[in-house]
Design a protein around this ligand. Structure first.
Ligand SMILES: Nc1ncnc2c1ncn2[C@@H]1O[C@H](COP(=O)(O)OP(=O)(O)OP(=O)(O)O)[C@@H](O)[C@H]1O
Length: 269
């Protein structure tokens, strides 16, 4: 039975400034169940970051609502973790890897030994147990992003939100990090909302791909990714179904860019 985790209903965001107003998000509605890995893609500037800021309680929507476990999100919820593209800025250079992963746990887990266990476990999960005593600046970009992911894993959030987390790493590292995200989802049942520009990445990772229209944004299509749960970079990407899905999502984005998709009328109450 589906276990509803996140509900976004009729979300609209208009930015007001001295130079006028910009309607970034028109009307977004979607939901996500616990244990799902949902990817969000859309044309450049379609409002992905704005949407994530509203979902994570960093930005107040103009109208509509976000609910996590049935509770309205009006400020950053304690049971949510975020991983951003700029791993360099999200880590504290004066703390070791262990210190960085442990820091957010201090309020949630007062027991030092419990924190130690969670940190060790998270570092092992991301393959960085050997680097616990290193400082972030001693690590490669991919390893730094693993530290940011370990921090989120150790925190044990109900939902992990990732905003283009691999946009700044090289292709090989990116593939390894994608497989890490799949493993965290499958082996630990993590619920992950993953925003990306990369269509192939969205199909490879997701169980669903939510395609956004161009701004002012609405959900153009919610694509069910019926690929096997066991995925790997070579076999899965060579499947005819993978190619069909990526072509479909690509076409949807092209339609979105051209503004061809027509928003369905709101249901009559
Ligand atoms: N603080 C702001 N004030 C005014 N307009 C804004 C602000 N932030 C974003 N916008 C506008 O809202 C729209 C959506 O921006 P947003 O950054 O959310 O899109 P995005 O999909 O994340 O972009 P990208 O693809 O470049 O990452 C854009 O037209 C942008 O110019």
């Amino acid at each position: 039975m589906p276990d509803n985790l996140l509900t976004v209903t009729g979300l609209r965001k208009v930015y007001d400034s001295s130079t006028g107003s910009v309607e970034a998000i028109g009307d977004i509605t979607f939901r996500m169940d616990a244990g799902e890995l949902v990817c969000i893609v859309g044309p450049s500037g379609c409002g992905k970051t704005t949407l994530l800021k509203c979902i994570s309680g960093l930005l107040k929507p103009t109208s509509g609502s976000v609910e996590l476990r049935g509770r309205p999100v009006t400020s950053p919820p304690p049971n949510m973790a975020l991983v951003f593209q700029e791993y360099g800025r999200s880590l504290y250079p004066w703390l070791t890897v262990r210190g960085n992963v442990e820091l957010p746990l201090k309020h949630k887990y007062p027991s030092r030994s419990e924190r130690g266990r969670l940190v060790e476990d998270a570092l092992r999960a991301v393959g960085l147990d050997h680097a616990a005593a290193s400082y972030p600046w001693q690590l490669s970009g991919g390893m730094q992003q693993r530290v940011a992911i370990a921090r989120a894993v150790a925190y044990q959030p109900e939902v992990l939100i990732m905003d283009e987390p691999f946009a700044a790493v090289d292709a090989q590292t990116r593939a390894d990090l994608e497989d890490l995200v799949r493993a965290l989802h499958r082996e630990r049942g993590m619920s992950i909302l993953f925003v990306t520009h990369d269509i192939d990445e969205s199909v490879y990772l997701g169980e669903r791909v939510v395609v956004l229209s161009k701004s002012p944004t609405w959900v153009q299509e919610d694509v069910h990714v019926d690929l096997p749960d066991d995925r790997d970079q070579i076999t899965t990407r060579a499947l005819p179904r993978f190619t069909a899905l990526r072509t479909h999502v690509y076409e949807q984005i092209q339609r979105a860019k051209r503004g061809e998709a027509v928003r369905p009328p709101a249901p009559v109450a």
